[in-house]
Design a protein around this ligand. Structure first.
Ligand SMILES: Cc1ncc(COP(=O)(O)O)c(C=O)c1O
Length: 436
């Protein structure tokens, strides 16, 4: 960037800070000022193209023309709140439900992932008459009061609710013991957490979890863990809520919805981010019985959620995802990426593990002493940015590179990503780079 461009970016940042305050987060030391997007590319104000290997919201690509057209055509015809009959809204609901197992046959639309999780918790509390909640020990499920009271993965001032028990999620990539031992220990801990909720009089309303354990750092629990956990929760009278905000819509490659990877039957599934390709759209999918029980005793009304324009956006995303077989593409490209990332990791002592599945990858970085290195991960993210590729990092130690591109990522993009990643990993481990 030239001096003038730096000055312009700094001025915009100051104006942003003056209107929305300095606490709303921005990526990168020198934040990226974007002006347009197309497919897997974002273009900055100074005309530089960045390969987007981070954003899952533009699931079918930035400014996907099919989605843009669907939104524009519906917006030009009608947009209205949700208390009128509308063919497109019903049709989208039918299309969406057809992607789920038969027992999940009803949908409530929402405007965000937070709203979806909030509603799912409300349904679970009313069904069970209990308040107790099982979550993971580094979770993020949204920004409402109830969700803040259970968040352990993002800074919040609300104390952890007395009715919340965060579970340690076992991870076979970092635990050298046998999978049987790891599994038995983790399920014992879950049973203890349930017993403690019951002893405290909270009971168990639900388990809320992200099937890919993404905020948690893309953990790999032993086979049977999630199944065992779900059985314990059901045995205690609680419901199982799968948060598919990050793991759904074919992202994992081998399953359309992340919970299918674990062979479980959740009672509620929540959705958000990719559902509308950027248009605010989320939802809760559940059973007919749960919808009936909740709907008949609550007047649940949501002005904007699932309006005709949102439904048009959602339907276009689904049509693109299914019609272009993006799940199969994620599986195929994901395999290539995994092999290449494993080679790249094998050549570099700073990379401890390759995590993830489909088009969602994590590279766990360590320092020269083998300890988790947030600093190294941050420097790789910044170096990638300088080299025109956008990624981020996750995990309790902030040392797992997060690579989660739009689903229209292709082989040629993967080459660019791998090339820059190898170079960036090397650059940050060179002594002179440390001094920067
Ligand atoms: C797993 C998960 N659930 C829920 C949410 C909240 O979604 P939203 O920001 O749309 O409210 C997020 C957001 O990052 C998330 O990652």
């Amino acid at each position: 960037m030239s001096t003038d461009q730096h000055a312009a970016a700094d001025a915009l940042r100051a104006r942003r800070s003056a209107v929305i305050g300095p606490h709303s987060p921005l990526f990168y030391d020198q934040p990226l000022h974007v002006v347009s997007g197309q497919g897997v590319w974002l273009t900055s104000a100074n005309g530089v193209d960045y390969l987007d290997a981070y954003n899952n919201v533009p699931h079918v690509g930035h400014c996907n023309p099919v989605v843009v057209r669907a939104i524009a055509e519906q917006a030009a015809k009608l947009n209205v709140h949700t208390r009128y009959l509308h063919e497109g809204v019903v049709e989208y609901g039918e299309m969406l439900l057809a992607t789920f197992a038969p027992h999940l046959e009803r949908v409530f639309f929402t405007n965000s992932g937070s709203e979806a999780n909030e509603l799912a918790l409300r349904i679970a509390r009313q069904h069970t008459g209990a308040r107790g909640l099982l979550v993971t020990d580094f979770n993020y499920h949204g920004n409402t009061t109830s969700l803040a009271e259970m968040s352990t993965g993002l800074v919040v001032r609300e104390p952890l609710g007395a009715h919340v028990r965060p579970l340690r999620i076992p991870d076979v990539l970092s635990d050298p013991r046998s999978q049987d031992v790891v599994l038995a220990e983790a399920l014992r801990e879950a049973a203890d957490a349930i017993a403690s909720l019951q002893a405290a009089g909270h009971g168990v309303s639900a388990l809320l979890f992200d099937p890919l354990f993404t905020t948690e750092g893309l953990l790999h629990p032993p086979a049977g863990y999630v199944q065992g956990l779900a059985a314990l929760v059901h045995g205690a009278g609680g419901l199982v809520i799968a948060d598919e905000v990050q793991s759904g819509l074919g992202r994992s490659g081998s399953a359309f919805w992340g919970h299918e990877l674990h062979d479980i039957q959740p009672d509620l599934v929540t959705m958000g981010k990719p559902l509308g390709n950027g248009h605010p759209l989320g939802g809760v999918v559940t059973t007919a019985a749960l919808l009936e029980e909740f709907g008949s005793t609550n007047m649940y009304f949501n002005t904007f959620a699932g309006n005709p324009v949102s439904a048009a956006a959602g339907a276009a995303v689904l049509r693109e995802t299914l019609g272009r077989e993006l799940q199969a593409g994620a599986a195929r490209l994901g395999e290539h990426a995994r092999t290449a990332l494993e080679e790249l990791a094998a050549e570099r002592p700073g990379v401890r593990a390759v995590r993830g599945t489909g088009l969602f990858f994590g590279l766990e970085l360590v320092d020269d002493d083998g300890k988790a290195s947030a600093d190294r991960a941050k420097r790789v993210v910044e170096e990638m940015y300088r080299n025109g590729v956008l990624i981020s990092r996750i995990g309790p130690k902030d040392n797992v590179l997060k690579i989660r591109p739009p689903m229209v990522f292709e082989q040629e993009h993967l080459h660019v990503l791998l090339d820059r990643l190898g170079a960036s990993l090397d650059a940050v481990t060179e002594p002179e780079a440390v001094a920067r």
